[in-house]
Design a protein around this ligand. Structure first.
Ligand code: PEP
Ligand code: MG
Length: 574
């Protein structure tokens, strides 16, 4: 009898389609508690410290490999793991268990890690909740070393396969040989987890958070992982499998064709060109962005330099990072966004109040004006780096003109101080992010104060539709193609262009090849997106005339719902 077809639903965490045999990862080995003799307690603690040292070496090697093969953002995951490994609380608790319970180091370490992870997971904060996974990941690495089964020796498929697991941690994924993984299907996890970030940067289709997956799949079953729709199809019949395989091959072919054309400009068939730029988090992201066809950097999210570390980066460190990016771009423009912390992003070294609604609280420029010492250090580094390259600086989460007036006052003070000290610097072109409806609706009022505007559609969507961008239950409401969002964008673009100034879009909508023609039709100067999306967006812009794009934008704007907008766009791309 043939194996029966089944379908399990989850969240699409990395786009694309994978087909192939399943390789089900065995569960983690259970750790038994063993009572040890009083005399060997100190030796057991020494064994724990030796394993911590081995774990440190493994993580350093993983970090270096991730930096070489994946990128700076992925390497930062393992830098954060290194910090957690050294967390005095984690080490102290494990030691305490060995002493007070007189037990083996494996059990003590596992228990300490689980406790701290559970405490983090209970905090109503997505960023800290995601860190709970990291603590367990680090702790399991130490346990594996203690029990003599290094994580690097985890079972692996011996032919290319789709990895199926209850849970894969970021470091599990980094251990695999890329050529042996076709895709990932996980029973737990969310699209914002580090495992999802790694899957995306490795270009592996992935479905996460799929309950019932492990009951339904056995090693050797044939799977289709559909990362677009968030579904896993188990043992499709031959005809269905052939259809999916053809879809996968067609996507691969198209990706290769588009990559070959990625250096061409994004100009419509009648010659209207828009700038296409990359969103980056680290200086090391510039090179792959240029290779993908980026003409500059439209958003440098500087908060990645500040996250996952015990102390803030110094002025010199920031100056080095900003000038490195400017130099790597060799005269092309880089728009650097000042620290955007708050909401779902926290800094361990900054005292931040618990807020009932953090996305409506002290976030972005508000937090910078509150903690001016952090802001001023960043501004000093930015003004100094601006003397060395084509740097524009923008401020996030602006909702009122008085914030911009205050920011300008601080910028002028910093500039005067640098001048008085004889430090070379330049006040860069200054702009704001428009991502709050109040700023969008009154954008004219800001234009005397700033030279440019970049629209952050991720936040503009969440604030316009009152739908938390981190809450999966309202994800279907938070559609950036909703006519309310499009009308706000249209208003902003019209006002900025009338004032003869520059307007870009750096939210995720800019990287959606279906939406890009609408944004072009609305008249934006630039689209900025994750580097991997550039070839497809450029191709989408090249596929129609500016007149068609304008007609499309008009139709989209006058729809009643996001669903209607998507239908209109589908007719065009069909
Ligand atoms: C946005 O809100 O669209 C944006 C680009 O900023 P972030 O996603 O970093 O909040
Ligand atoms: Mg934002």
């Amino acid at each position: 009898m043939g194996k029966s077809r089944m379908r399990v639903c989850g969240h699409g965490a990395s786009r694309g389609v994978a087909t192939g045999p399943a390789f089900v990862m065995p569960g983690r080995p259970s750790v038994e508690k063993r009572v040890i003799a009083e005399e060997v307690v100190e030796a057991e603690i020494a064994r724990l410290h030796a394993a911590l040292q081995d774990a440190r070496e493994e993580l350093e090697a993983l970090r270096d490999r991730a930096e070489r093969e994946l990128g700076a953002e992925e390497a930062a995951i393992f830098s954060a793991h290194l910090l957690m490994l050294e967390d005095p609380e984690l080490v102290h608790r494990a030691e305490q268990y060995i002493r007070t319970e007189r037990c083996n180091a494996e059990w003590a370490q596992k228990r300490a890690g689980e406790e701290i992870a559970a405490e983090l997971a209970a905090i109503p904060d997505d960023y800290l909740r995601a860190r709970a996974d990291d603590v367990r990941d680090v702790s399991m690495r130490v346990v594996s070393l203690l029990s003599g089964v290094p994580r690097a020796a985890l079972s692996k498929p011996d032919q290319p396969a789709i990895i199926v697991a209850d849970e894969l941690l970021a470091s599990d994924i980094a251990h695999f040989d890329r050529s042996m993984i076709l895709g990932i299907a996980m029973q737990t996890g969310s699209p914002t987890s580090h495992a999802a970030i790694l899957a995306r940067s490795m270009g592996l289709p992935a479905v996460l958070g799929a309950p019932g997956l492990l009951d339904a799949v056995r090693t050797g079953d044939v799977l289709v992982v559909n990362g677009d729709a968030g579904e896993v199809i188990i043992n499709p019949d031959a005809a269905e499998l052939a259809t999916w395989e053809e879809q996968r091959r067609a996507r691969d072919r198209r990706r290769q064709e588009l990559q070959a054309l990625s250096a061409l400009p994004a100009a419509t068939t009648d010659g209207h060109a828009v700038e296409v730029a990359a969103n980056i988090g680290f200086p090391a992201d510039v090179e792959p962005a240029l290779a993908a066809g980026a003409e500059g950097v439209g958003l440098f999210r500087t908060e990645f330099l500040f996250l996952d570390r015990a102390a803030p980066p110094s002025e010199e460190e920031q100056f080095a990072a900003y000038s490195q990016v400017a130099r790597a771009l060799a005269g092309r423009k880089v728009i650097i966004r000042t620290l955007d912390i708050g909401g779902d992003k926290h800094l361990p070294w900054l005292a931040q109040e618990n807020e009932a609604n953090p996305f409506l609280g002290l976030r972005g420029a508000r937090l910078c004006l509150w903690h001016q010492e952090v802001f001023r250090t960043q501004l000093r580094a930015l003004l100094r780096a601006s003397a060395e390259g084509n740097i524009w600086v923008m401020f996030p989460m602006i909702s009122d003109v008085k914030e911009v007036l205050e920011i300008r006052r601080v910028v002028n003070e910093v500039s005067d101080q640098l001048a008085a000290a004889g430090v070379p610097h330049r006040v860069p072109t200054l702009g704001i992010m428009v991502e709050v409806p109040s700023a969008a609706l009154t954008v004219e009022a800001f234009l005397d104060e700033v030279d440019f505007v970049s629209i952050g559609t991720n936040d503009l969507t969440q604030y316009t539709l009152a739908a938390d961008r981190t809450n999966a239950s309202v994800a279907s409401l938070a559609d950036p193609l909703h006519p309310a969002v499009l009308r706000l964008i249209a208003h902003v673009v019209e006002a900025v262009r009338q004032a003869g100034k520059w307007v870009g879009v750096c939210g995720d909508l800019a990287g959606d090849p279906v939406a890009a023609p609408v944004l072009v039709g609305l008249g934006v100067d630039e689209l900025s997106m994750a580097a991997s999306l550039i070839p497809e967006v450029k191709a989408a812009v090249r596929s129609l005339s500016f007149a068609d794009a304008r007609r499309l934008a008009l139709r989209a704007k006058s729809c009643r719902t996001a669903g209607e907008v998507r239908e209109v766009l589908q007719q065009v791309t069909a």
